[in-house]
Structures are given as structure tokens and as C-alpha cells.
Ligand binder design. Structure first.
Ligand SMILES: NC(=O)c1ccc[n+]([C@@H]2O[C@H](COP(=O)([O-])OP(=O)(O)OC[C@H]3O[C@@H](n4cnc5c(N)ncnc54)[C@H](O)[C@@H]3O)[C@@H](O)[C@H]2O)c1
Length: 387
């Protein structure tokens, strides 16, 4: 007997297996969500063809506002694909970043600025503006760039204020310019394939969806306890700073309006009362548990040399160790994770009711393992469907 559309056979589809089924792999290993065109061993990523891509008559010229980590990610794209993108200007107040970025892109002295405002004192001199300034510094440059007729690549989150997001939308429509928000997951083969399958009905009718963001514990400590996003008020709450990607991808995948939402989040672990006995204000101050602590700054930054891009290290390798130790003595990256000024949630749960009575649950979890191999498997998106 042919099964009807409402057959009680439920099809629970775990997205981690989809890549395997569709062979989206890199050198036999799973592809981590990533914007870069190569994996860490230098192999090119196998990306699906995008019908919207077209050959450009000449490269898009762009000015980068904020030449920090992200500014350099997009900048490096220009180096790899010079026929598509040419960075011709920069605004960056940190001298060494401005200097290195300008050298890398051969930016003329006249096109180098300290602050984003300075760029807009000049008449329009490029096709596009790349806004990779800190979270709280997206709205004003975006509005200014739109007013001057630039197209924009805007880092997420657009703004912590709904009104500011709506202002940007309104001005975008009015000016007819492009504001491309860097929701990079939409371009990851993993999610591209998932969405295609859902939208085509290939896996049946969606009943519910479960999605998890496994932040990974040392990434949590680096960015949201010690780093730039440790304060939800000075920057943006973690649900925007980190999980605007996840909330965006859930809605993008289901392609439905949401009707109701509830959320709970909390900071459970990175607090003074959880500081181990014998710990000090800084890991290098003779902490009694330094050698076994998973968050030891000496282990992460000095011994393993992970995430050291935040230190703008000298180019000569032999000088780098001393520079890292100096940063660990003076910057927040050397402080004990239990004795910080952080307030970001380390776990977070959201339930969303979409039209068509589809429900979605989302979990953001800090305490997930570090290996990339387990990362992709734990980054689960599960759909329950009826065929
Ligand atoms: N799309 C993603 O997946 C993704 C990933 C990481 C970060 N981000 C976002 O990208 C943005 C930048 O993050 P980042 O990690 O590169 O931080 P970053 O601190 O490395 O870079 C920001 C840069 O902006 C510069 N800056 C500060 N004030 C400025 C001013 N007045 N004018 C011009 N530049 C100024 C800083 O000196 C710094 O170099 C943030 O909004 C962040 O949330 C997005």
C-alpha cells in the first residue's frame, strides 16, 4: 500500500549525516562552517555553484572600516580573488593594523584614515564600504555610507536596536543600494544543501527543528569571558553577538514567519564562586591549578599559540613568545576566567513557534569539546518531518 502524506512514519533527519550523503567533504574530512576558501591544510573547499555569481567586468573597489580580524578575512579574499575585489582604502585607529593592512593592499597614503568618520569627509571614492568595526559601531557608518551612495558589506549583528535595524532597511530601500549582512552560514555548503532539501520538500513536511550552536569552551573563554564581547552592555548580548547566525539560519531554512518566542539564558560557570582554590588574578601569577586548567592563558596563548591574532605580534617568530607573555601580564587575555568582568550567558535556550505550527528549539552551549572533528558532528540540526 502506498504511504499517504500523513503516514505516521516520522522521518528524523540529523543534518550532520547529510554532508556525508551528499559527499560535501574536504580531503575525506568534514567541512567546518567557514568562510575561507581553503581548509587549514590548504586544500580548496568544494563549494556548490551559485547561479547568482557572474563574471565582473572589473573588480569591485572597497574601503575597509576596521582592519581587525574580520577586516583582514575580507581583505584576504581580495588578495585571493583580485579580479573580484580591490581594497583601495582603510580606516583603522590601531597604528600597526592600519600599517600592515595598507601595506598588504598597497593602499595609497591619501586613502588611509584613522577613524571611520574620516572616510566620509571625502566625496565617494569606491564602489563599496566593508564595515568590520566593533558591534556597537555598525549603525552610523552604515547610514553614512548609504547616504553617500556606497554599497555595503555589513558585519553582523546589524545593530542591537530594532529601530536602528529598521532605519537601515528603510534607507536601503530608499537608496536602492546593497547592504549585505555577513550571515556567513548561509553560504556554507552544509546549510545550503539542507535548505535546498527542505524547500524542495525532499524530506517531507517539517514538523519541528532542533538546532544547536556548540561554541566550544576555549572559544567561549576567549571571546565572551576575556575578550571583546565579555560585556553584553558594552558590545551586544551573546544571543546577537554569537547566535544571530543561528537564529537567522533557522528562519532562513524554514522560510516562515515566527509567531511566538521564549528564551532563557544564564551565566553558570565563569563566575568568582567557581574559581579553583589556589587560583590567582592572572594565570602567570603562580596559579596552583594552571597546569591542569583548560582555560589557562599560558597554555592557550603561549604554549599552544592559539588565537594569538588579537595581540598583533611582531613578524619575527623569535620575538613572539616574549610579546605574548607581555600581553598576558597586561591585557584581559591573561586574567583568570573566573575573576573577569563578564556577564554573557554561557548557555541559552530558545523555543520559537513559526507559521504552519512548526516549532523550533535552539540551544547555544559553551561547554562543547574543542576538536573540529567532533565539532561538526555535535553541530546538529535535526528536523522531524512527516512524509
Ligand atoms: N560574520 C562572522 O562570522 C563574524 C565573526 C567574527 C566577528 N564578526 C563581527 O565583525 C566585527 C569585527 O569583529 P573583529 O573580530 O574583527 O574585531 P576586531 O576588534 O579584531 O576588529 C575591529 C576593528 O575595528 C577597529 N576600530 C575601532 N574603532 C574604530 C573606528 N572609530 N574607526 C575604524 N575602525 C575602528 C578596531 O581598532 C579593530 O581593529 C564585529 O561586529 C563582530 O561581531 C563577525
Amino acid at each position: 500500500m502506498a504511504s499517504s502524506r500523513w503516514s505516521p512514519r516520522h522521518n528524523i533527519l540529523k543534518a550532520g549525516n547529510i554532508l556525508k550523503a551528499f559527499g560535501i567533504t574536504v580531503g575525506g574530512t568534514f567541512f567546518p562552517f567557514s568562510l575561507w576558501g581553503k581548509n587549514e591544510t590548504g586544500e580548496p573547499l568544494i563549494l556548490p555553484d551559485n547561479p547568482l555569481h557572474k563574471k565582473l567586468a572589473k573588480p569591485v573597489t572597497a574601503i575597509t572600516l576596521g582592519a581587525g580580524a574580520r577586516g583582514n578575512v575580507y581583505g584576504d579574499y581580495a588578495l585571493e580573488y583580485p579580479e573580484q575585489l580591490d581594497i583601495i582604502g582603510v580606516a583603522e585607529p590601531v597604528y600597526i593594523r592600519n600599517e600592515r593592512f595598507s601595506k598588504k593592499h598597497a593602499i595609497a597614503d591619501d586613502n588611509r584614515f584613522i577613524a571611520w568618520e574620516d572616510v566620509f569627509k571625502r566625496p565617494k571614492f569606491a564602489d563599496a564600504i566593508i564595515i568590520s568595526t566593533p558591534d556597537q559601531m555598525h549603525y552610523q557608518p552604515c547610514i553614512q555610507a548609504l547616504k553617500m551612495g556606497y554599497d555595503i558589506l555589513l558585519e553582523k549583528p546589524i545593530s542591537p536596536s530594532e529601530k536602528e535595524c529598521r532605519d537601515i532597511l528603510e534607507l536601503t530601500k530608499k537608496t536602492g543600494r546593497i547592504v549585505a549582512v555577513c550571515h556567513v552560514l548561509r553560504y556554507a555548503p552544509y546549510f545550503v544543501k539542507l535548505r535546498e532539501m527542505i524547500q524542495s520538500g525532499a524530506i517531507g513536511e517539517i514538523v519541528s527543528m532542533q538546532h544547536m550552536e556548540p561554541i566550544e569552551h576555549t572559544h567561549m573563554a576567549h571571546s565572551y569571558v576575556r575578550g571583546n564581547w565579555h560585556s553584553s552592555t558594552a558590545t551586544t548580548p551573546i544571543v546577537l553577538a554569537k547566535s544571530c547566525h543561528d537564529l537567522d539560519i533557522i528562519k532562513w531554512m524554514l522560510n516562515k514567519e515566527s509567531r511566538q518566542i521564549q528564551a532563557f539564558g544564564n551565566l553558570k560557570w565563569f563566575k568568582k564562586e567557581n574559581a579553583p582554590k589556589g587560583s590567582k588574578a592572572r594565570c602567570a601569577d603562580g596559579c596552583a591549578v594552571e597546569s591542569t586548567c583548560p582555560y589557562s592563558a599560558l597554555k592557550i596563548y603561549y604554549r599552544k599559540r592559539q588565537r594569538t591574532y588579537v595581540f598583533d605580534l611582531p613578524e619575527q617568530k623569535k620575538k613572539q613568545g616574549e610579546a605574548i607573555l607581555q600581553h598576558l601580564k597586561t591585557s584581559d587575555y591573561g586574567r583568570c576566567v573566573y575573576k573577569m568582568d563578564n556577564d554573557q550567558c554561557d548557555h541559552y535556550t530558545t523555543n520559537i513557534l513559526f507559521n504552519n505550527d512548526i516549532t523550533a528549539t535552539f540551544n547555544m552551549e559553551a561547554f562543547t569539546p574543542s576538536s573540529k572533528a567532533t565539532w561538526i558532528n555535535s553541530a546538529s540540526t535535526i528536523f522531524e518531518t512527516i512524509k
